[in-house]
Design a binder for this molecule. Sequence first.
Ligand SMILES: C[S@@+](CC[C@H](N)C(=O)[O-])C[C@H]1O[C@@H](n2cnc3c(N)ncnc32)[C@H](O)[C@@H]1O
Length: 267
Amino acid sequence: MSTGSPVWVPKEIDAERPNAARVYDYLLGGACNFRADREFAEKLLENNPEIAGAVRHNRAFLGRAVRFCVDQGIRQFLDLGSGVPTVGNVHEIAQSRAPGCRVVYVDHEPVAVAHSQRLLEHNRDADALLADLLDVDTVLGAEPVRRLIDFARPVAVIMTAVLHFVPDSARPHATVARYVAEMAAGSFLVLSHGVRGEQEQVRRGYRMYDQSGTPAGGRAREEIHAFMTGTEVLEPGVVWTTQWRPEFNPRARVEPAWIYAAVGRKA
Ligand SMILES: C[S@@+](CC[C@H](N)C(=O)[O-])C[C@H]1O[C@@H](n2cnc3c(N)ncnc32)[C@H](O)[C@@H]1O
């Protein structure tokens, strides 16, 4: 796509600045991105070629976690920081395993939400909302959330690869705690988060994000574990995405996948 504005581009978009949602889309092989996003992603890959695998492993973890939740009886999903629709969207995975699963996507990036809404036009059990996940009252009070998600019943709240875009100053742990407080017993929290690596290439990668429209910063494993407060972290704990209940060869990859993953159940 060129940086000229195709019809699907919401007016408020600054196509000249790389944006996390569209960079991630490009890294996953999607077409919903601008030149600035692609150039930025290529620089990220130059700095650390393993990023390409890391985003795919994150996406694969999301798929396994959604299937796991469906198998545990969950029929409603709130996906916060859902991104541009791509391979293996939550509603596709959940509804193919259990028709009628209800899903609400939330993102603060207008292109991601416009695409999600278009994709879901004829899906009465799923919708997308343009909102900042940090504004918990707005998210929980929004029409699609109230229509599709019943917080009195178990729900899966998903925050994958999003909280590293939220700085400590915005109090992300308190925000997650508020969602957990709203969740009924038997609900699940599905989370993944970029690591704060000591390696220079990891630090350089985050410094590059600082120059983008969407700064990012990894966190230590213990800080990521702290997001799960209020839930019982299920086996195998807070682990690399590749290590979270792999479906094929459990020993295939154990080296760092750059992103930690965890699923917790609220008692
Ligand atoms: C790397 S993508 C992850 C997409 C998807 N969750 C996944 O794991 O495949 C991060 C997404 O989080 C969104 N995001 C970042 N901060 C957000 C916030 N405060 N509120 C809502 N969305 C946010 C970005 O716009 C982007 O689409």
